[in-house]
Write a protein that binds this ligand. Structure first.
Ligand SMILES: NC(=O)c1ccc[n+]([C@@H]2O[C@H](COP(=O)([O-])OP(=O)(O)OC[C@H]3O[C@@H](n4cnc5c(N)ncnc54)[C@H](O)[C@@H]3O)[C@@H](O)[C@H]2O)c1
Length: 278
């Protein structure tokens, strides 16, 4: 996190919901220099072990509300389903200079604004779990109350866990959620399904799982380090008339292949995001 972003913090960064996503984000901020004295985690269900680990780092975990200074940033990382209850509880913490950052799928800027004091600056974002190793992808959209400094602060915080893509049209958030927010699950499923397919083809199950996992992660790493388009990397594997071409004839089938299947999956996730808007 840049020194400029850190120095703009006059109050704490308060994390509401220290689960998989919120916890990974807090880890990323601490690694990149957020002083632990400026970090507060609110999560009444946090198990003893992660709570103890955060406390050992100097993070203030579940302090009484009256002991929390007005936050510079309030990060909302609870499930969208509990948002109505949680937002009404934490809204009194928000001051005129607090930037509210949400990572909740579906919940809109308007929904969050309705729960907050009038004029609150809000960034709605959707990260993904590779954030845990600093390789996240976050798509973000700001409401009209977010200043240039607020956007820079949000970029620094979200950028601490990977790349950040800002969009202006909030309507695109559910589709972005369906692609990058949920996307890691599709890649993990690919590794699972490839392992099962290998076992069906006669490989010992454990060997198949090992080589499938290493293949999916190796292909991801190659794509990361290469400037070539994904299609070219795919073509580089595919000898004319060879084994890959035989497999791709199935996977690239226009009616039943990967393309239409993923389009259906992304459409289903996008619809679910709109339902979660509430
Ligand atoms: N996991 C992902 O891949 C991912 C990706 C992008 C966005 N998100 C969003 O992040 C949010 C959290 O998802 P997650 O996967 O980390 O779930 P999670 O269940 O791991 O974390 C949610 C946390 O909220 C806590 N919580 C529940 N009630 C609370 C309350 N009243 N006050 C404070 N904390 C409370 C829970 O104890 C839990 O630790 C969701 O809104 C989800 O849409 C998740």
């Amino acid at each position: 996190m840049s020194e400029r972003a850190l120095s703009s913090l006059t109050g704490p960064v308060v994390l509401v919901g220290a689960g998989k996503m919120g916890g990974a984000m807090l880890e990323g901020w601490l690694k990149l220099g957020l002083p632990a004295r400026l970090a507060v985690a609110i999560d009444p269900n946090l198990p003893d072990e992660p709570a103890g680990a955060l406390k050992a780092k100097g993070v203030d975990v579940n302090p009484p509300a009256h002991a929390i200074a007005t936050p510079s940033v309030l990060l909302l990382a609870v499930k969208p389903q509990v948002a109505p209850d949680v937002l009404s509880r934490v809204a009194p913490l928000v001051g005129p200079n607090t930037l509210v950052v949400s990572v909740m799928a579906g919940r809109t800027l308007g929904f969050i604004a309705d729960a907050m004091p009038a004029g609150t600056a809000i960034v709605r974002s959707i990260p993904n779990t590779p954030a845990a190793i600093g390789r996240g992808v976050t798509v973000a959209v700001a409401n009209g109350a977010v200043t240039a400094d607020g956007r820079a602060l949000a970029s620094a915080l979200l950028g601490a866990i990977g790349i950040v893509e800002w969009i202006d049209d909030e309507d695109l958030m559910d589709a972005a959620t369906a692609v990058s927010g949920s996307g890691p699950a599709y890649a993990f499923l690919l590794a699972e399904a490839l392992a099962e397919a290998g076992a069906k083809a006669g490989l010992p199950a454990e060997l198949s799982a090992r080589i499938a996992r290493a293949t999916v992660s190796g292909a991801g790493a190659l794509m990361d380090q290469s400037d070539l388009p994904a299609a070219t990397l795919r073509q580089n594997v595919t000898s004319p008339g060879g084994t890959t071409a035989a497999a791709l004839a199935v996977l690239m089938d226009e009616a039943g292949g990967f393309g239409p299947l993923l389009a259906d999956a992304v459409a289903a996730a996008t619809r679910r995001g709109k339902e979660l808007a509430g």
